[in-house]
Design a protein around this ligand. Structure first.
Ligand SMILES: *[C@@H]1O[C@H](CO)[C@@H](O)[C@H](O)[C@H]1NC(C)=O
Ligand SMILES: *[C@@H]1O[C@H](CO)[C@@H](O)[C@H](O)[C@H]1NC(C)=O
Ligand SMILES: *[C@@H]1O[C@H](CO)[C@@H](O)[C@H](O)[C@H]1NC(C)=O
Ligand SMILES: *[C@@H]1O[C@H](CO)[C@@H](O)[C@H](O)[C@H]1NC(C)=O
Ligand SMILES: *[C@@H]1O[C@H](CO)[C@@H](O)[C@H](O)[C@H]1NC(C)=O
Ligand SMILES: *[C@@H]1O[C@H](CO)[C@@H](O)[C@H](O)[C@H]1NC(C)=O
Ligand SMILES: *[C@@H]1O[C@H](CO)[C@@H](O)[C@H](O)[C@H]1NC(C)=O
Ligand SMILES: *[C@@H]1O[C@H](CO)[C@@H](O)[C@H](O)[C@H]1NC(C)=O
Ligand SMILES: *[C@@H]1O[C@H](CO)[C@@H](O)[C@H](O)[C@H]1NC(C)=O
Ligand SMILES: *[C@@H]1O[C@H](CO)[C@@H](O)[C@H](O)[C@H]1NC(C)=O
Ligand SMILES: CC(=O)N[C@H]1CO[C@H](CO)[C@@H](O)[C@@H]1O
Ligand SMILES: [Zn+2]
Ligand SMILES: [Zn+2]
Length: 601
């Protein structure tokens, strides 16, 4: 099946040629850039992953920068094994920590057959890695069955190290009584394997409000007032490891940090956050460091020189690694022949078997080129948003539809598309990855074209206050697109991308500017191009007279907003819910596949 082929292709392209000049050549194609410098090992070192969202087979497309993220979980497992060996040789500690969001993102987690549970099978592979601490994410809580699976099947494998400090689940006990318990543990205390250093760890979730019934998220400000919390942080460890699914900036880490600092003014604190999918680092004081490690299996190495002199700052260093075999081999001084462990290969094989079992390589058609969310202008031929609403929806939503011959305008939100769509086969996995939301479309008939064309600009014109309120509400419910895109936008603005890239021969990728000293990125890149996009998008205006009555087709959840706008734009008719009818049985999540079958074969 395809996954195997693509993966081995990628492996081939990162083969070390052993010419010793620090560059690695692919069997074909461009020179592969290795990391810029070795990692700086300290006394306690941490490898951190967050927001992996099912990307356990890595990024499998050939278009750049995807190959930079091509390492799969098996490669990562081999990497961890070698890193542990190096730590042992150096007589230092190496911890492995994850900050949550294991569900929702690819076919491996979401492509299960009817009756299955999201992430259940893919999580079996994460269990096989020697994680010291894992924290719960909001994507573990949208569906009760997923949270229950984490409680019953996942947490036990972590043996007390799956942490959900402020997240509970309600269960039926034996018989009919109901109990309310943490999904994992609230905290963990352990000693590191090598140095015997005492660690107190937490797993905190941000103030998430979109969780399912029978799960509870306690606000962080309430959590720090709990007696269990005071008790847990009372004794002084060598290190507080505050893991959690909460962005390290502009969120509630200071509440937790200050609560610990009030008792322990100088104990080292390492905060390992997540959720906004960015790379970030800051220091709340000279004896702490906060890190966030991107998304989809990006990792960091953090060094910690544990100064006993409490008046002195601790020297921390951090590195954001591009997860691929070149990176992994570089830092473990292995080559393609000596890198893989049996365990790593077995994990890769198991994931490929799972992909086969879920039929993730089922192919709808072949995409002629890349369609991206923010790297192409909207509207344009290379924009995924344009593809979806201007090309795909008008084809897919009118299949077997009696309204097909009536002119229409179709409207949806730009957040409906999640991930770039790359050239080559467009598969079940790609559909689940790019366009996962199972929303339905409705329509209002008989709207004059002249009115219908004003709807989109009005939708996109919400006032600044209204917008901020909406953004905050969406953030509380777990939508992080805005903050991630802001990060990309800043990156693009800061660097004159194309010029720099040409001058330094840099490849495209993340260029991180955080508040910690020195350069954080392990492999240096020129930034990806960035174009901002509106909140709502529409199909092309049909070529008919302005007074022609047309069908106004829209994604279901904007119905109220849309009726309000229609009644504000014209007064000839008062539109109500009675005017709204289902347009098509085709779901938003099926649109691209149906289009690919029709247009890309
Ligand atoms: C996936 O399907 C395509 C045809 O659509 C085929 O060329 C490819 O070999 C398949 N890959 C795997 C790993 O089976
Ligand atoms: C590198 O190793 C992988 C896994 O063992 C193998 O599939 C691949 O063919 C190797 N690539 C090269 C260029 O030797
Ligand atoms: C919540 O759990 C209780 C106990 O298992 C059950 O009786 C109740 O139906 C559940 N509520 C919902 C909305 O699932
Ligand atoms: C979580 O569960 C614990 C243990 O049953 C209970 O003491 C606590 O009150 C619960 N917390 C919340 C916020 O529901
Ligand atoms: C220690 O760190 C703090 C906070 O990062 C900084 O303000 C201060 O200047 C540092 N002190 C020294 C001596 O480096
Ligand atoms: C290989 O992986 C399978 C599951 O994919 C597991 O059942 C088996 O125990 C693993 N074998 C080894 C040697 O790790
Ligand atoms: C966009 O695609 C259309 C239809 O394939 C084509 O006619 C047009 O030239 C393309 N525009 C650009 C800028 O490539
Ligand atoms: C359209 O109708 C045909 C014939 O009944 C059916 O085979 C096909 O699955 C339908 N397509 C969609 C998208 O509903
Ligand atoms: C960039 O690549 C060109 C062509 O391979 C080479 O001549 C040039 O020296 C490189 N520049 C830098 C800064 O590495
Ligand atoms: C309102 O109705 C009048 C009379 O039927 C018509 O001339 C006009 O175009 C309509 N305007 C709109 C915005 O529908
Ligand atoms: C390891 C790896 O595949 N690196 C690739 C990252 O992307 C650039 C292009 O942007 C390629 O040149 C590298 O080979
Ligand atoms: Zn996430
Ligand atoms: Zn999240």
């Amino acid at each position: 099946m395809r996954l195997t082929v693509i993966l081995s292709l990628l492996f081939a392209s990162v083969k070390a040629c052993g010419d010793g000049n620090g560059h690695r050549h692919g069997d074909k194609g461009p020179v592969v850039t290795p990391p810029s410098r070795p990692l700086e090992w300290g006394d306690i070192n941490v490898l951190h992953t967050t927001d992996s969202h099912g990307w356990l087979l890595g990024h499998q497309k050939a278009s750049f920068p995807e190959p930079n993220y091509s390492g799969d979980l098996g490669d990562f497992a081999s990497f961890v094994t070698h890193m542990k060996e190096i730590a042992k040789e150096k007589d230092v500690d190496l911890l492995l920590v994850d900050s949550g969001d294991l569900h929702d993102g690819t076919g491996l987690s979401d492509g299960f057959p009817t009756g299955g549970v999201d992430g259940h099978d893919s999580n079996e592979f994460l269990k096989q890695l020697p994680y010291d601490v894992m924290a719960i994410g909001n994507h573990e809580l949208y569906i009760y069955a997923n949270a229950l699976d984490m409680h019953q099947n996942f947490a036990p494998a972590l043996k007390g190290r799956y942490l959900s400090s402020n997240v509970n689940i309600t269960l039926k006990d034996q018989g009919s009584t109901t109990i309310n318990v943490p999904v994992g543990e609230r905290f963990a205390k352990f000693k590191t394997r090598n140095g015997g250093r005492r660690v107190t760890a937490l797993g905190v979730l941000f103030d998430f409000t979109g969780n399912d019934k029978n799960t509870t998220v306690q606000k962080v400000e309430e959590m720090v007032k709990e007696s269990w919390f005071s008790e847990a942080i009372k004794d002084e460890p060598d290190l507080f490891l505050l893991a959690g699914h909460m962005p390290i900036a502009r969120d509630n880490w200071p509440l937790v940090f200050n609560a610990v600092r009030a008792v322990h003014p100088s104990t080292p604190i390492l905060i390992l956050g997540g959720h906004t999918h960015i790379r970030d680092c800051l220091q709340m004081d000279g004896r702490s460091m906060s890190l966030e490690s991107g998304r989809y299996l990006e990792t960091i190495g953090a060094k910690l020189d544990n100064s006993k002199d409490a008046s002195k700052n601790i020297s921390f260093s951090r590195r954001y690694l591009d997860p691929n075999r070149v990176t992994y081999e570089f830092h473990t001084q292995r080559n393609n022949k000596t890198f893989d462990t049996d365990h790593g290969l077995n994990i890769t094989k198991g994931l490929q078997d799972l992909a086969k079992k879920f039929d993730l390589n089922f192919t709808y058609g072949s995409a002629p080129h890349d369609f991206t969310l923010t790297r192409a202008q909207y509207p344009s031929n290379d924009s995924l948003l344009s593809l979806f609403i201007e090309e795909a929806a008008p084809v897919a939503l009118t299949i077997n539809n009696t309204r097909a011959s009536i002119p229409n305008i179709m409207i949806t939100n730009s957040g409906s598309q999640r991930f770039d769509l790359y050239a080559g086969s467009f598969t079940k996995n790609d559909q689940l990855t790019s366009s996962p939301f199972a929303d339905t479309f409705q329509y209002i008939p008989g709207v004059p074209l002249s009115v219908a064309t004003l709807v989109l600009p009005t939708l996109n014109k919400a006032g600044a206050n209204e917008r901020r309120e909406l953004d905050e509400q969406l953030f509380g419910r777990g939508y992080v697109g805005k903050r991630y895109m802001k990060w990309l936008e800043d990156m693009d603005r800061r660097g004159d991308g194309a010029v720099k890239r040409a001058a330094q021969n840099l490849t495209i990728g993340y260029v991180t500017h955080d508040s910690c000293p020195g350069i954080g990125d392990d492999t240096l890149h020129a930034p990806l191009a960035f174009f901002s996009t509106p909140d709502f998008i529409a199909s092309k205006t049909p070529d008919v007279a302005p007074d022609t009555p047309i069908d106004l087709v829209f994604v279901d959840f904007i119905e109220n907003q849309l009726l309000g706008i229609l009644n504000q734009l014209q007064s000839n008719k008062s539109f109500t819910t009675a005017d709204v009818q289902p347009y098509s049985k085709v779901l938003a999540s099926e649109v691209l596949g149906l289009y690919a079958q029709a247009a890309w074969n």
